[in-house]
Write a protein that binds this ligand. Sequence first.
Ligand code: COA
Ligand code: ZN
Length: 302
Amino acid sequence: MKQLQINEVAPRDGLQIEAVFVPTEQKIQLINALLATGLARIEATSFTSPKAIPNLRDAEEVLRGITRRPETRITVLVPNEKGCERALSCGVDEINLVMSASESHSRVNLRMTPEQSLEKFANILQIASGSGVFINASLSTAFGCPFEGDIPMDQVLRRVDQLINLGIQGITLCDTTGMANPAQVGNLCEAVLQRWPDTPFTLHFHNTRGMGLANALAAWQAGIIRFDASLGGLGGCPYAPGATGNVCTEDLVHMFEQMGVNTGVDLDRLLSVAATLPDLVGHDTPGQVVRAGKADRRYAMP
Ligand code: COA
Ligand code: ZN
């Protein structure tokens, strides 16, 4: 059985939407603590416009402040050419581009159409060529759009095809506002893996309607081994009404480890980092295992 690759997105997808600006030094401490847990990847920040995402306006300082480890790749979200140049100057391992499967979310989130996103991606691939940096693209609203509703699977497959033809190396299918259900996830994952067996696909779920872990399980059963997840279940797109937290990393790791699926992550360490979140963001987090303890927790008989 293949080891899972977990991409921790709390420092980006999580902190971008918080009401408070988490001070740079605390972001660095959080990422350093996450780096010690054995995660395959950490999405450390985004190189977006500071007006659009003020919480992550300290991207350069954060990346320069963390202590990198060879076993964990550092990836960052990039919306345009300028973001790409900023990311390359910080020596990232990966860049995660973002476009929407739906026209409306694309306009609201990125102020461009999906076609314009593809044009930008072509420029970005040119800027990054020769750098050795892995270029991934995240396809938002791949399982439904909060404005348009259902996104037909053909439309999603067409976007994936366009991205792969352009030279994008990895693709993340995002359920931006938790609209996906496990049957739909199984169908789309089977379709992409069958058509593009050599492309690394990652699945990105939000737990907005309580289906996050069920969707992750359905994706894994279809053959997916790469997942985005967010410590404490933080997260949400500021440009998607009703968006709430990502599937919670420690709950996801706990589920798979209980099933005997290796995640490469030290769950006890991860839980202790998750326990620091309420102080960091100023509120409780939706993670369950951090409260309940692992399934092997035992109680004294009353
Ligand atoms: N990094 C830093 N600054 C940037 C930037 C980047 N990647 N891209 C644009 N800017 C700055 C420009 O320099 C300009 O600054 P100025 O007003 O001081 O001249 C300003 O932002 C506007 O630039 P423009 O090219 O007109 O961009 P825009 O206002 O149309 O914004 C995006 C487009 C995509 C850059 C912006 O909407 C964005 O960053 N969105 C983030 C989306 C996101 O992360 N969503 C959540 C995750 S899915
Ligand atoms: Zn997300």
